[in-house]
Design a protein around this ligand. Sequence first.
Ligand SMILES: Cc1cc2nc3c(=O)[nH]c(=O)nc-3n(C[C@H](O)[C@H](O)[C@H](O)COP(=O)(O)OP(=O)(O)OC[C@H]3O[C@@H](n4cnc5c(N)ncnc54)[C@H](O)[C@@H]3O)c2cc1C
Length: 315
Amino acid sequence: MKTKDSLFKKFRGQVFKNKDLSKIAAYKIGGKAKFLLVPKKDEDVEEVLKVSQEKSIPLFILGSGTNLLISDKGFEGIVLWMGPRAGEKINQSIKVLKEDDQSVLIKVPAHFSKAQLLDFSLRKKWSGLEFSAGIPGSLGGAVYMNAGTKWGSYGEVIECVDFVSAAKGHFSLTSKDIGFRYRGHGEGLLDGATLVSSVTLKLSKTKPLEKILSTVDEIYSYRGLRQPLELPNCGSVFKNPVNSEKGAGRLIEAAQLKGSKVGGAEVSLKHANFILNTGSAKAQHVHSLIRKIQNKVYAQFSINLEPEVIFLGKF
Ligand SMILES: Cc1cc2nc3c(=O)[nH]c(=O)nc-3n(C[C@H](O)[C@H](O)[C@H](O)COP(=O)(O)OP(=O)(O)OC[C@H]3O[C@@H](n4cnc5c(N)ncnc54)[C@H](O)[C@@H]3O)c2cc1C
């Protein structure tokens, strides 16, 4: 139910209490958030960050929920939803900061989706984001995760990022300061209470459009053939280990875990680094399957698989 709450007096967006998060998360599982706040304007988030800090209420910044496993027990705190906002158009929100014959520097609010930005850049004939074809979720999530594929990652095209937190207010960091690394960033930088508000990216104007489009098509076909996209999932569950020639999927396959199940959660037969919600999965099933995979891979290869998926709530 949507209710205004006395905690968030100035907040102009929507405030939901005891809101079921399973409808939002790509996995389609998980419990309720004590508060779910959907901002209307950028300024709304400041009040939420402040209330969370002053009242010591745990905070979670949600993008589009495509890399999340939300506990069946839910989250006893504030979930601030920084996903796409209804009615907002990306072409009216992007600012061109600098442009010449070779390149363009653009600033994009972080709640827009990667797909919206890729689509916009293709219409403008700008290159640099081809690698992101098929990665779901928001730009905020892209910064947090340094999302990417074997063709590239956001850290390579991001120049700087604007952040806001209750402790530090508004501040910007260059890509170098953020310290982007494989599916992550410098330690302690994004502490869960630091919100990515906008992203500045440098894109190229020199690549022929046919070449840009053929790369994007190639990536979509590659993903379609190799990834199980028919059932709810969170993309790759584990990061590829740095100390192994084999990626996480190959290790899981070698440990003969393809098709392995716990309740309604199943290791995909198509790509072993995907765990699917076959319809009746609980978050606990996915969590137990993750532990089972980690234990078996460690027992067989002495390799610790580190989850790429983010856990929200208690397991
Ligand atoms: C079918 C499928 C395919 C996928 N393929 C890929 C892939 O090829 N490559 C890849 O890297 N990932 C992939 N993913 C995983 C996921 O899409 C990415 O990690 C994505 O960047 C997450 O974005 P999100 O907005 O959904 O973030 P969420 O899942 O909502 O959140 C992820 C993390 O980012 C933080 N976060 C989100 N927004 C903000 C913000 N504004 N400020 C601060 N923190 C924020 C959250 O707190 C959380 O810690 C895939 C997922 C699916 C379901």
